[in-house]
Design a protein around this ligand. Structure first.
Ligand SMILES: Nc1ncnc2c1ncn2[C@@H]1O[C@H](COP(=O)(O)OP(=O)(O)OP(=O)(O)O)[C@@H](O)[C@H]1O
Ligand code: SF4
Ligand SMILES: [Mg+2]
Length: 384
């Protein structure tokens, strides 16, 4: 897997993480044995459909789970420290300083009694030895970059005086301003328009190249993954089902779920009302099916898939996949199998795959700037 740093010691190492919620309806097994590492300066993508456990993974790292949520197994090593073992005092020092998070739901992250410009300036002052006036100036610049109109004036506003969309952007500005070692960005740009989205992605990329910040980037958007990430982990029902570098994933997904996700990408330049979705839904996490969690929706499923659980196995060097079809011990059961034709349900407008290289306009639509994307009737491929 690619590593954009000379330092081979991981910044973050998540090992065997299990996070459950104890609810009236039973135990929700939200995270079921997740392992990944992020090197200094690396951008890792976490992708998967709604309910697959992306946010719970990030909230587990931040130790910000709701009261019913518990980390029941595993380690989260941040440098030398295991975040699962730290006391609240040490966690407070790490949060918002060494690790920042852009939350999917930006509710209570801004302090209601301080002006937004002052809050960002305060965040800047935690790491930079500059005057308050300079910090304020930088805070206004930051507001401008995240697309807040009339930033000098808006810096004087209190959080209740700005819209939800602006609060999201202020929160992004604050998370970036602390120049953390690790930035966790949970769907940071989903609600924002394309221009602001690409400015924010640029800011994140700059933070990585200038400060060596590592980023855990959670998104539904494969275009954002393609543009930003070194590595990517595909999550399904609280597990990682495929984990590799981003080029390998786009070139040849090995897990049927990842294959479906990539096949569901709308063909660029053609109109689709809704993003296609893989038929069926994620399993009930209180009562998980035996064996492979994807079996009820998998076009390749065989009887053996529901008898026991597949392991996460390196089917190729640096390319891990959790599927019996790709495991050398069981792969013979799929000898000669053809690639499935994915049928997408819902009321989306389906368009036939068009062969060719994406135009620059398509690349803008996808938010891709520095990688070539080719789309074929087999899906999308990436070249550096
Ligand atoms: N506080 C909670 N109590 C009970 N179950 C929860 C709680 N928070 C999350 N879950 C469950 O954990 C599972 C994973 O949720 P999570 O929020 O991580 O999904 P996600 O991948 O981030 O989805 P999305 O793309 O919609 O944000 C879901 O089934 C969710 O219902
Ligand atoms: S293990 Fe079987 S059911 Fe699961 S993804 Fe692979 S082929 Fe499909
Ligand atoms: Mg989420």
């Amino acid at each position: 897997m690619s590593n954009s740093s000379n330092n081979n010691r991981p910044l973050l190492e998540v090992k065997g993480l299990k996070t459950y919620f104890y609810t009236e309806d039973g135990v929700v097994q939200a995270i079921n044995g997740v392992d990944f590492t992020i090197q200094p300066g690396q951008i890792m993508g976490l992708v998967g459909e709604s309910g697959s456990g992306k946010s719970v993974t990030s909230l587990s790292i931040m130790r910000l789970l709701s009261a019913s949520g518990k980390i029941v197994a595993g380690q989260i090593l941040f440098g030398q420290e295991d975040l699962t073992q730290l006391n609240e005092q040490r966690l407070l020092e790490i949060r918002g300083n060494e690790i920042s998070m852009i939350f999917q739901q930006p509710t209570s992250c801004l302090n209601p009694v301080f002006r937004i410009g002052d809050q960002i300036a305060e965040a800047i002052l935690t790491h930079a030895k500059i005057s308050k006036t300079e910090a304020k100036r930088q805070a206004i610049e930051m507001l401008r970059t995240v697309g807040i109109p009339d930033p000098t004036k808006r810096a004087e506003a209190y959080p209740h005086e700005i819209s939800g969309g602006q609060a999201q952007r202020v929160m992004i500005a604050m998370a970036l301003a602390t120049k953390p070692k690790l930035l966790i960005a949970d769907e940071p740009t989903t609600a924002l328009d394309v221009t602001i989205q690409s400015q924010i992605l640029d800011l994140m990329r700059n933070l990585r190249s200038e400060m060596g910040t590592s980023i855990l980037l959670i998104t539904h958007d494969m275009g954002v993954i393609a543009e930003m990430c070194d590595n990517v982990a595909v999550m399904y029902a609280g597990q990682i089902v495929e984990y590799t570098d981003v080029i390998s994933l786009f070139d040849g997904q090995l897990h049927p779920y990842a294959e479906g996700l990539l096949a569901a990408i709308p063909v660029l330049g053609l109109v689709q009302k809704h993003l296609a979705v893989i038929p069926g839904s994620v399993p009930n996490l209180v009562d998980l099916p035996p064996g492979c969690k994807f079996a009820p929706r998998c076009p390749y499923a065989r009887d053996l898939c529901t008898a026991s659980e597949p392991r996460l196995y390196p089917a190729k060097p640096g390319h891990l996949v959790r599927c019996f079809m790709r495991d050398p011990e069981t792969a013979q059961h799929w000898a000669g199998v053809q690639r499935a034709t994915w049928q997408f349900g819902g009321d989306e407008v389906l368009v036939p795959g068009e062969q060719g290289t994406a135009t620059s306009q398509d690349q803008v639509a996808l938010g891709v700037s520095d990688r070539d994307i080719t789309f074929t009737d087999q899906g999308l491929s990436l070249e550096e």
